[in-house]
Design a protein around this ligand. Sequence first.
Ligand code: PMV
Length: 320
Amino acid sequence: MQATAIAQPNIALIKYWGKRDIDRNLPAVGSISITLSDLQTKVSVELRDGLSDDILLVNGDENQAMLPRMSACLDKVLGQSRLRASMQSHSNFPIAAGLASSASAFAATTVAAAGAANLSLGTQDLARLAGASSGSAARSLYGGFVELKNADDNITLTPLCDVDSWPLQVVVAITQTGPKATGSTEAMEISRETSPFYDNWVAQQEYDLEVARAAIDRRDFAQLATIAEHNCLKMHSVMWASRPPMVFWNAATMRCLQTVRRLQGEGHQVFFTIDAGPQVKAVCLPADVDAVSQALAETSGVQEIMTTGLGSAARLVESL
Ligand code: PMV
């Protein structure tokens, strides 16, 4: 009754922002992401007789704040009359800071829970269960480039291109650590209810997905760069125009964007994307990774740089 799983976060190039069904946590739009290799979350789940409540340790410390969502994740996989569980989660990168730690945490928890109960679920089912806990987590059930589509009554996931076929690199510039002010579910609902740009955001997403899919199919970096930056800035424009406005950026975030523009002007193949946090992710070709990491490391206000390639799907492992 015990299993451990590992999952890597993913970064959306065409982003998910907004829900069409809050109770089932179904997204309003499809998305396309890349799963990363070097950042990872390992979760072990032990289902125990005689335990009166779930227990959660995050990086070695008891964590009451995340416990309700982790317990709800177990309920989704195992049903509410399940045994209580002792869970341990370890991430090798800052959590709740716009680095997609919820994607890797809920993907790993879903796989570990199914493993602990010996359920034989397919990847698509595991992805749907993970997505019910955190929309972006569904994508970490696959490696490489992944598309999450809105099907009639659910989501479906399609791998678009594997890691070796287009081995892009991602340089993450951390401009601020510590948890973010507004969680993504709340922020998405504020956007849906108040942003004058929200309906256009949803309406245009299919076109952005098509352009990105075609760019990935042809390994066309320039086209992927243009549509990914546009999609990212459009998502943030939705947030900025919400009431209250949600600005996740800081001054260093903006300086990183200027660094990426300068690198592009010098001929480097790189583009930026930013999620619901102040960190900048610069996606580049392997030949450009040294120049990109050096330039971002030298950008004023950047605290730390992490470089990663693209990685594989969430999976069971032997132990923590
Ligand atoms: O999965 P959530 O609820 O953490 O939402 C993730 C939203 C973004 O990271 C901003 C975009 C995305 O598609 O990952």
